[in-house]
Design a protein around this ligand. Structure first.
Ligand SMILES: *[C@@H]1O[C@H](CO)[C@@H](O)[C@H](O)[C@H]1NC(C)=O
Ligand SMILES: *[C@@H]1O[C@H](CO)[C@@H](O)[C@H](O)[C@H]1NC(C)=O
Ligand SMILES: *[C@@H]1O[C@H](CO)[C@@H](O)[C@H](O)[C@H]1NC(C)=O
Ligand SMILES: *[C@@H]1O[C@H](CO)[C@@H](O)[C@H](O)[C@H]1NC(C)=O
Ligand SMILES: *[C@@H]1O[C@H](CO)[C@@H](O)[C@H](O)[C@H]1NC(C)=O
Ligand SMILES: *[C@@H]1O[C@H](CO)[C@@H](O)[C@H](O)[C@H]1NC(C)=O
Ligand SMILES: *[C@@H]1O[C@H](CO)[C@@H](O)[C@H](O)[C@H]1NC(C)=O
Ligand SMILES: *[C@@H]1O[C@H](CO)[C@@H](O)[C@H](O)[C@H]1NC(C)=O
Ligand SMILES: *[C@@H]1O[C@H](CO)[C@@H](O)[C@H](O)[C@H]1NC(C)=O
Ligand SMILES: *[C@@H]1O[C@H](CO)[C@@H](O)[C@H](O)[C@H]1NC(C)=O
Ligand SMILES: *[C@@H]1O[C@H](CO)[C@@H](O)[C@H](O)[C@H]1NC(C)=O
Length: 719
C-alpha cells in the first residue's frame, strides 16, 4: 500500500510541474526545480558579464575571430530588445544581482558531444526566482544559452520562466548550411541575414561555394566556352589574380568579405569559404586556358606545370582574407582517369595551406581510398564532405580508414527552382523520419534506409551535418530571396537534429512560426508592419502632396518636379516619389494604373531588391529586374499585367517568368519568379507619364485579385 501511494504521489506531481525539456528549436534538456518558482523576463534589469571572463574568447571553435563574452552579451542585449521588446543593458560585474542574467564561464569538460568529448559549445542555465545564470563552456556556449532564453521568452506565457536548470551541449561541431554563391550572386547583406537566421537555431557554419559555372555543353566552340557564364566571387586587386574575376559588381571585395565574416562571427557563425578545383573550374580555365584538360574544359590539367602554382597563387592571395580554421578545396567530380593527379593536387594544396597559412582543408568525397591501392592516398588530416554513395561510402571508405567526415548526403540536397533529381526545398518529413528505423535524421545518419552503412551515434569521425542548396541552372533561374524560401521552413528543423535535439514534427510546427517572427538580425520575410492588409495607399487626391491613406503613415516625398493634382501623379524625367518603405516579400499585391507619355522606357518602381521597368530600350515589355537579371511579362495593349499570386502554389507568386534549361535538358521551361515588390521609389529616371491609385496590399485575397486585374500597362484602357 505504501508503494502504491508513493507512485500516485509521483504521477500527480509530474504533470503539475517537472518537465524534462524545453520545447525549442533545438530542444533543451531542462529540469524544473522543486519547489517550483517563476522568474519573469520582464523583471530583468541587467545582463551582468562576469568580470573575470568578459574578455575570454573561445579558441576551440572554427572561427579565428571569436567574440568575447562581453561582445556576445551585448548582442544578447540587442536581441532582447528586438525579439522581446525588453531593454536590458549589459555590463561587467563580479556576481549576479537580483533580476539579472549573469553570464559566466564554467568548466568545459562538463559538456560532452555525441562522441563523449568535451565541447566548448555547451552551457548550463539556472533559473531561480531571483534571476538567471548562464554558464558557458566558452563564450560561444554561453551565447547558445542566450538563444534558449530568447526562445523561451518568445514561447512562454508572459515571459514567465519556471525555475530549474538546463545542461545542454551540441552533439556535433559542424551545423548549418551550404549555399552555391558561385552560380548565383547573393549580396553580402543577404548572407549576413542568413547567418542571423542560422544562429537563432544554434547553427554555427555557413559554407559558401565561391566559384563555379552551370554545366558546360562540350559541343560549344572554344570561343563560346571562353564566354560561358562562370563566376569567381572574390575580387582582389592583387595583380597576381588580375582578370580572374570578371564580375566586379557581383563579387565580394575583401572588405565585403570581412564584413560578412565579422557579422556572422558576432552571432557565432563561421563562414567556410570554398574555391572549387580541379573540377568545376571553368572560371579558372577561362582565365588561363592553357591549364584546361584536353578532354573537358571545366577541369584543370593537374599535370600541366602551371596548374598547381596557379592554384597556390589564388589561395595564397585570398587566404589572408579568411578567418576560419578550415577552408574548402572543392575537389568535387573530377576525371576518374586522373585519380593519382587528383590526390597529388589535394595533398599539395593541403601542405601548402597548412604550412604557409596554418589552416586545415576539406574536400568533397570523390574517390574512395580503396580505388587507389598503389597510389598516394589523401592525407588523413584532410576532412571529407560526403555527398553521394556513388562516389564513396562515407563509413566504409572514409571513417573506417581514419578520415573525419561531414555529412552532406544528397538526401538533403536542394536545387533552386527545378531539377530532374532533387527537390526545391528541404523535405521536412525526411528530417523527422529520415532514419532507417523511421526515427529522425541525425548527423551520423548518412544512409536513410540501410543502417549498416551508418557509423555509430557516438562515432568520433562524424563532424556534423549540413544540407546543400545548389544553383545548377545558373544566375537567372531564381531571385536572391528564393534561396531563403528554399531553406526557410526546413533548416531550423534540421538545426534541431544537427544539435542533437529531440523535437517531434508536430511540436516543430506548433512553435516554428512563433519563434520565426522573433528572429533577431534579419528581416528575410520582408514583412511590413501594417494596421490592415493595406500597407500603402496613394490616391494622389491632395494637390502637391502624397498622403498615405492606409493608416500607416507611409506618406511619400516628392523629389524634383513631379506633380500631384486631380488624383494623378505626373512623372517627369528624373523626378520621383520616395516612400518610407524598401521592399515587400511574399505575398503581396502591388496595384497601380499608369499611362506613359513617352516611348522612352524607364523605371516605374524600385526597391532594395528589385525594380519594375517599362522595357529596356529594345523591347517594351514590362520587366522586373532583380539581382541584375531581367524578367519580362509578355504584354501588349490588351494584356493585363497581373502580379497576382497563384492560388495553386506558393512558388507562383508572380507571373514574371524566366526560361531555364541547359544543354543536357531538352526542355524550355517557363519558370515563375518570386521577386519582392519594389516599393521604395516611384519613377526617378527616364519614365515619363501619369500614374494613379498606387496600392500595396499584404497577401493575395480574392478581392485584391479582382482589383489587380484592373491594372493596366499601356496606353489604354487607363482608368
Ligand atoms: C574540470 O572538470 C574536470 C572533470 O570534472 C576536472 O577533472 C578538472 O579538474 C576541472 N577543471 C577545472 C579547471 O576546474
Ligand atoms: C541554481 O542556483 C541556486 C541559487 O544559487 C542554487 O541553490 C542551485 O544549486 C543552483 N542549481 C543548479 C542546478 O546549479
Ligand atoms: C596535361 O598537360 C600535360 C603537360 O602540359 C600534357 O602533356 C597533357 O597532354 C595534358 N593532358 C590533358 C589530358 O590535357
Ligand atoms: C595531422 O595533423 C597533426 C596535428 O597537426 C599532426 O601531428 C599529424 O602528423 C598530421 N598527420 C598527417 C598524416 O599529416
Ligand atoms: C520526403 O521524404 C519522405 C520520406 O520521409 C518521402 O516519403 C517523400 O517522398 C519525400 N518528399 C519529397 C517531396 O521528396
Ligand atoms: C547495406 O549496407 C551494407 C554495408 O554497405 C551492405 O553490405 C548491404 O548489402 C546493404 N544492404 C542493402 C539491402 O543494400
Ligand atoms: C540566363 O543565364 C544564362 C547564363 O547561364 C544565359 O545564357 C541566358 O541568356 C540568361 N537568360 C536570360 C533570360 O537572361
Ligand atoms: C532587352 O531585353 C531583351 C529580352 O530579354 C533582350 O533580348 C535585349 O537584348 C535587351 N536589350 C537591352 C538593351 O538590354
Ligand atoms: C553587373 O554588371 C553587369 C554588366 O554591366 C550587368 O549585366 C549586371 O546586371 C550587373 N549585376 C548587378 C547585380 O547589378
Ligand atoms: C497598341 O496601341 C497602339 C496605340 O493605340 C497601337 O498603335 C498598336 O497597334 C497597339 N498594339 C497592339 C498589339 O494592339
Ligand atoms: C503565399 O500564398 C500562398 C498561396 O496562397 C501560400 O501557400 C503561402 O503560404 C503564402 N506565403 C506567405 C509567406 O504568406
Amino acid at each position: 500500500m505504501r508503494i502504491a501511494f508513493a507512485i500516485t504521489a509521483v504521477s500527480l506531481f509530474f504533470p503539475l510541474g517537472t518537465s524534462a525539456r524545453w520545447l525549442g528549436i533545438p530542444t533543451v534538456p531542462f529540469v524544473e526545480s522543486d519547489p517550483k518558482e517563476t522568474f519573469s523576463l520582464r523583471q530583468l534589469k541587467y545582463i551582468i558579464v562576469d568580470t573575470k571572463y568578459q574578455n575570454t574568447v573561445d579558441t576551440e571553435g572554427e572561427t579565428l575571430i571569436p567574440p568575447s563574452l562581453r561582445s556576445f552579451a551585448s548582442t544578447f542585449s540587442d536581441d532582447l530588445f528586438s525579439s522581446l521588446d525588453l531593454k536590458v543593458p549589459a555590463r561587467a560585474g563580479e556576481a549576479a544581482l537580483p533580476n539579472s542574467i549573469f553570464m559566466t564561464i564554467g568548466n568545459s569538460s562538463h559538456y560532452l558531444d555525441a562522441a563523449g568529448r568535451p565541447t566548448s559549445e555547451g552551457y548550463s542555465i539556472n533559473i531561480t526566482e531571483d534571476g538567471i545564470v548562464i554558464t558557458g563552456a566558452s563564450p560561444l556556449g554561453a551565447f547558445w544559452g542566450t538563444r534558449s532564453i530568447l526562445q523561451q521568452g518568445v514561447l512562454s506565457n508572459g515571459m514567465q520562466l519556471s525555475s530549474g536548470s538546463a545542461i545542454d551541449a551540441s552533439g556535433w561541431g559542424v551545423r548549418g548550411t551550404f549555399l552555391d554563391v558561385g552560380r548565383h550572386y547573393y549580396p553580402p547583406e543577404f548572407l549576413i541575414e542568413m547567418c542571423s537566421y542560422l544562429s537563432f537555431f544554434k547553427q554555427n557554419t555557413f559554407h559558401l561555394h565561391l566559384s563555379d559555372s552551370p554545366g558546360l555543353n562540350p559541343a560549344l566552340t572554344y570561343e563560346e566556352k571562353l564566354d560561358f557564364y562562370s563566376a569567381f566571387r572574390l575580387n582582389s586587386p592583387d595583380p597576381a589574380v588580375e582578370d580572374l574575376n570578371k564580375r566586379a559588381n557581383e563579387s565580394y571585395s575583401q572588405s565585403d568579405f570581412e564584413d560578412i565574416q565579422q557579422s556572422c562571427a558576432s552571432r557565432g557563425v563561421t563562414i567556410i569559404p570554398e574555391i572549387e578545383a580541379p573540377g568545376h573550374a571553368l572560371v579558372i580555365n577561362q582565365w588561363k586556358p592553357e591549364l584546361a584538360l584536353d578532354t573537358d574544359f571545366t577541369l584543370l590539367n593537374i599535370s600541366h606545370p602551371g596548374t598547381i602554382p596557379t592554384m597556390e597563387t589564388i589561395w595564397g592571395t585570398l587566404l589572408p582574407w579568411f578567418h576560419s580554421k578550415t577552408v574548402h578545396l572543392g575537389a568535387d567530380e573530377y576525371s576518374s582517369s586522373e585519380i593519382a593527379d587528383y590526390n597529388l593536387y589535394v595533398n599539395t594544396m593541403h601542405t601548402y595551406i597548412g604550412q604557409n597559412f596554418d589552416k586545415k582543408v576539406r574536400i568533397w568525397g570523390t574517390f574512395p581510398p580503396s580505388k587507389i591501392v598503389n597510389e598516394m592516398n589523401i592525407n588523413h588530416n584532410v576532412s571529407i564532405q560526403h555527398w553521394e554513395y556513388f562516389e564513396a561510402n562515407p563509413y566504409f571508405d572514409f571513417m573506417k580508414n581514419g578520415y573525419h567526415v561531414l555529412n552532406t548526403d544528397d538526401q538533403f540536397y536542394i536545387v533552386a527552382k527545378w531539377s530532374g533529381s532533387y527537390p526545391q526545398k528541404l523535405n521536412i518529413s525526411l528530417i523527422f523520419h529520415g532514419a532507417p528505423d523511421g526515427g529522425p535524421t541525425a548527423p551520423y545518419i548518412f544512409d536513410k534506409s540501410n543502417a549498416s552503412n551508418n557509423p555509430p551515434h557516438d562515432s568520433p569521425y562524424v563532424l556534423g551535418q549540413m544540407p546543400a542548396l545548389w544553383n545548377d541552372f545558373g544566375p537567372n533561374s531564381t531571385s536572391v530571396i528564393e534561396a531563403y524560401y528554399a531553406l526557410r521552413e526546413g533548416l531550423p528543423a534540421l538545426g534541431d537534429k544537427q544539435w542533437g535535439g529531440d523535437l517531434l514534427m508536430h511540436e516543430y510546427f506548433s512553435i516554428f512560426e512563433t519563434l520565426h517572427a522573433a528572429i533577431p538580425g534579419q528581416h528575410l520575410d520582408r514583412r511590413i508592419d501594417s494596421r490592415t492588409n493595406t500597407i500603402l495607399s496613394y490616391d494622389f487626391s491632395s494637390t502637391g502632396t502624397v498622403y498615405d491613406k492606409s493608416g500607416n503613415g507611409c506618406d511619400g516625398t516628392i523629389k524634383r518636379d513631379c506633380s500631384v493634382a486631380d488624383s494623378v501623379l505626373t512623372l517627369r524625367m528624373g523626378c520621383s516619389v520616395t516612400t518610407p518603405l524598401t521592399s515587400k516579400g511574399r505575398n503581396y499585391t502591388l496595384a497601380f494604373s499608369v499611362r506613359p507619355t513617352s516611348s522612352v522606357p524607364g523605371t516605374l518602381f524600385s526597391g532594395s531588391a528589385s525594380s519594375l521597368l517599362t522595357g529596356n530600350g529594345s523591347i517594351s515589355n514590362v520587366m522586373l529586374i532583380t539581382g541584375g537579371n531581367a524578367y519580362s511579362n509578355r504584354i501588349d495593349n490588351a494584356t493585363y499585367l497581373s502580379v497576382t499570386p497563384s492560388t495553386t502554389s506558393e512558388e507562383r507568386v508572380l507571373e514574371f517568368t524566366a526560361t531555364i534549361g541547359d544543354y543536357s535538358n531538352s526542355f524550355i521551361w517557363n519558370n515563375p519568379m518570386a521577386i519582392e515588390a519594389p516599393v521604395a521609389v516611384i519613377g526617378g529616371d527616364n519614365f515619363q507619364g501619369e500614374m494613379k491609385k498606387v496600392t500595396l496590399v499584404d497577401g493575395a485575397d480574392a478581392k485584391y485579385v479582382e482589383f489587380v486585374k484592373k491594372l493596366v500597362i499601356g496606353v489604354a484602357p487607363y482608368e
